[in-house]
Design a protein around this ligand. Structure first.
Ligand code: MTE
Ligand code: CO
Length: 428
């Protein structure tokens, strides 16, 4: 291996206590046990076949079986001062497919997750509209609904990695993302209900959206996006939004940074200029090397990560068939291709997309290899339908410097060792 590896191992390992399953390769290259070897799990009558299981009344609303209790959201205690204004991370290293179950989808709150009943819910549309309106939850349910799958990525995802390899696990480096099927009413429908004639030329108009929680998390959105694909959503993956994701109603702003996806949505004001709120000036902007900041960086650039093998999902078998898998996404449209390298970027192989990329939604990729048991520098590289290619860390630093927190979409490297264990590193 000639590439240089850099890592900040010691500090990371300390906080990861317990988060990483005990890895280690098992001898033997086979994918299945040879027939004829005695195996008590095959030859003996098992306990679970000797009596009855639980009745159907045992679990009116099911949780994952207890053996899967490590597939949970995790937070990193030292990242934030308290859990009220904080973040936790989706266990992407342990999931497959693309849909994120709500129960383990990351949460980001600025003033905690509030409890708001449907009966107490109100959505006001005001400002430059023909007739200001207030909708109840029941009112919203009477408008024609749409269903769409979209990813929601916090702009701070991967934000700890700008200065060097930091957090040891895909959950922590890339887990501020979830991907759900939303059911809701297009915001366009509600704006048209209030009437936009009073707004005049819509080309230079904005909306300001805010939540009912103490932080209100207000954001300005240009009118053309508001009228394009923004959804006022009340269901995710078929069921009501969970409290932590904005029950009973949240805004879905496809492809744009998670901060704009206002939860507990209470107000949409039509305006002739952006508000320049805290969340779009001092926060969620990126300071460049010369001290100036990028403005209006709403769209999430194409990005990908290998979810397995990875530090929390080590290889637990010997050489031979190995499934490399991961996620790719773009705020500008569909993923068209993902490449994978096992040698730190010298040679790339096109991975297999589980299905055709869907616009502004996660894509799952697989690359099946015959692992020779030697160490690997694993990376993935996403391409989207605009022709954009995910940059290396060096390329990103060249244009963005190292002052940023947000919008880090660089290529991630896992150093997979002969033991099958993996570590977050940088290659140069
Ligand atoms: N909306 C309100 N009202 N309050 C908030 O704190 N956090 C924002 C956004 N919407 C927030 C909010 C941020 S920064 C992100 S990344 C997403 O919600 C996270 O959504 P989730 O908690 O459902 O994952
Ligand atoms: Co966020």
């Amino acid at each position: 291996m000639t590439a240089d590896k850099k890592s900040n191992g010691a500090s990371r390992r300390a906080f990861l206590k317990g988060a990483v399953a005990a890895g280690g390769a098992v001898a033997g290259a086979g994918m299945a046990r040879a027939a004829g070897e005695p195996d008590p799990l095959i030859t003996e009558v098992q306990e679970w076949a000797s009596g009855f299981g639980e009745g159907v009344d045992a679990t009116p609303y099911g949780l994952p079986i207890r053996f899967e209790d490590d597939v949970v959201r995790r937070n990193v205690e030292w990242l934030t001062a308290d859990t009220i204004s904080s973040i936790n991370f989706t266990p992407i290293h342990a999931l497959d497919g693309t849909i994120t179950p709500q129960g383990c989808a990351f949460e980001r709150h600025h003033s905690g997750a509030i409890e708001l009943k449907k009966e107490d819910y109100r959505l006001m549309i005001n400002g430059l509209v023909d007739k200001p309106l207030v909708f109840t939850y029941a009112d919203l349910e009477r408008f024609p609904r749409e269903n769409h799958v979209y990813f929601c990525e916090c702009a701070a995802n991967t934000g700890m990695e700008w200065a060097g390899a930091q957090l040891n696990g895909a959950q922590f480096t890339h887990g501020m993302i979830h991907n759900m099927e939303y059911s809701g009413v297009p915001l366009r429908t509600l704006l048209e209900e209030a009437g936009l004639d009073a707004a005049g030329d819509l080309a230079d108009k904005w909306i300001y959206v805010e939540g009912a929680d103490a932080s209100s998390n207000g954001r300005s959105i240009p009118m053309d996006k508001a009228l394009d694909d923004v959804l006022v959503a009340f269901k995710a993956n078929g069921e009501a939004l969970r409290k932590e994701h904005g029950y009973p109603v949240r805004l879905v702003v496809p492809g744009w940074e998670g901060n704009m996806w206002v939860k507990w949505l209470r107000r949409v004001e039509v305006m002739d200029a952006p508000v320049q709120s805290r969340e779009e000036t001092s926060k969620y902007t990126d300071t460049l090397a010369d001290g100036t900041s990028r403005k209006w960086t709403w769209e999430m650039d194409a990005k990908s990560v290998v979810t397995s093998p990875s530090p929390q999902s080590p290889i637990t078998h010997g050489p031979g068939p190995l499934v490399i898998t991961g996620l790719a996404w773009s705020g500008r449209g569909a993923i068209t291709r993902v490449d994978v390298t096992t040698d730190g970027g010298k040679n790339w192989t096109q991975a297999r997309l589980a299905k055709d990329g869907e616009s502004k939604a996660l894509s799952r990729f697989y690359l099946e290899i015959d692992w020779d048991g030697s160490e690997m520098l694993l990376q993935s590289r996403a391409h989207d339908e605009t022709g954009y290619v995910q940059p290396t860390k060096a390329q990103l630093r060249e244009v963005r410097g190292e002052n940023s927190i947000y919008h880090n979409n660089c290529i991630q490297t896992w150093w997979v060792k002969e033991s099958g264990e993996a570590e977050n590193v940088e290659v140069s």
